[in-house]
Design a protein around this ligand. Structure first.
Ligand code: TRP
Length: 330
């Protein structure tokens, strides 16, 4: 029996951080066991907000793929590609735009929020308004059964379903598949300054850091602000660093850390050192692989070429049906 399908993408607008690792990538790796996965770099989506200075998009696309491969996304199992290499995404975006009512796009909460958040960028463009239509094209091209996404993307998936339904209603039942979500929980980790971890806040721990910068960042992390001196007891639940232990430190050691913090027996410096050791244990093998791919960048190009080939083959089949349904072909 054919495995059910997953489609998911990440915009290539910069480096991947530990939040992505915990919240997105580890999940993607797991999903490969059960599903046929299509994972892609959404570089056209990146362009909707970065069109003024697009230089980052291409570079970070390749860096991201190196990270994907190094954490265990397997090109032998999954189709790994760059959106802009598969022109059918653009064609289907155009065709779906014909049937998508403007009001659906204008009421989209993610659209309103992003415009508000990224005030420094002029996002009053046709491309940005159409963002979810392109996303719908990404998904229905491969007849995805499921799409792993964070909560912020739910409105986009709902729009995808609405667009697919409208397409099928107008042109014929069963042509496009309505996907379901796999809601992935965002990692509960904060940046080094205690705010949400984000590249744009400059507070992120990246997946690919040198040991030295990682050390500096961890050692400078804000902890429980009420704990001014080592002899003051602290509260792990009020500490910005402790949530990272939840992901990287085994439970027996965490129990000791909690007791030590609350009794002022364990200082923040020692606590940070424990975390650093555990982070390095987790990421060192990944760093080694990333270094390998950096030195053998040709391998990454080949993987992307092969991925594009497989994606084109799949998406062409869908496009034939779509063109025929819309009377663009016989
Ligand atoms: N909009 C998604 C995000 O910002 C990225 C994305 C583009 C995507 N196309 C997709 C995610 C298709 C899932 C499926 O995270």
């Amino acid at each position: 029996m054919e495995r059910k399908r997953i489609v998911s993408g990440i915009r290539s607008t910069g480096d991947l951080h530990i939040g992505h690792y915990l919240g997105v990538l580890k999940n993607w790796v797991e999903l490969q066991k059960e599903y046929q996965c299509f994972y892609f770099i959404a570089d056209w989506h990146a362009l909707t907000s970065e069109y003024r200075d697009p230089s980052i998009i291409r570079k970070s696309a390749k860096d991201m793929v190196m990270v994907w491969l190094s954490v265990g996304i397997d090109p032998a199992q999954s189709v790994i590609f760059r959106q802009s290499d598969v022109k059918a995404h653009a064609e289907l975006f155009l065709l779906l735009s014909m049937i998508t009512p403007l009001s659906w796009l204008e009421r989209n909460p993610t659209y309103k929020e992003m415009k508000e958040e990224l005030k420094e960028k002029d996002l009053s463009t046709f491309g940005f308004l159409g963002y979810p239509v392109l996303q719908a094209a990404d998904i229905v091209l491969y007849h995805a059964d499921k799409v792993p996404i964070g909560e912020d993307q739910l409105p986009h998936l709902e729009l995808t379903r609405e667009i697919a339904r409208r397409f099928n209603f107008i042109y014929g039942e069963g042509i496009l598949k309505e996907p379901k979500e796999i809601l992935t929980e965002a990692a509960r980790v904060l940046g080094i300054d205690g705010r949400k971890m984000s590249k744009s806040y400059g507070n992120a721990l990246f997946i690919y850091e040198t040991g030295e910068t990682l050390k500096q960042k961890v050692m400078n992390m804000l902890t429980d602000v009420k704990r001014m001196r080592k002899r003051d007891p602290g509260e792990p639940m009020d500490c910005n660093l402790y949530p990272l232990h939840e992901y990287f430190t085994p439970e027996e050691m965490r129990a000791e850390i909690r007791t030590g913090c609350r009794s002022a027996g364990l200082g923040c410096v020692e606590c940070k050192q424990i975390l650093l050791t555990n982070l390095i244990r987790e990421f060192e093998p990944i760093w080694k692989k990333i270094d390998y791919y950096n030195e053998h960048a040709g391998i990454v190009d080949e993987i992307l070429e092969e991925g594009a080939r497989r994606a084109i083959k799949e998406s062409d089949q869908t496009m034939e049906k779509v063109r025929a349904a819309m009377k663009l072909a016989d």
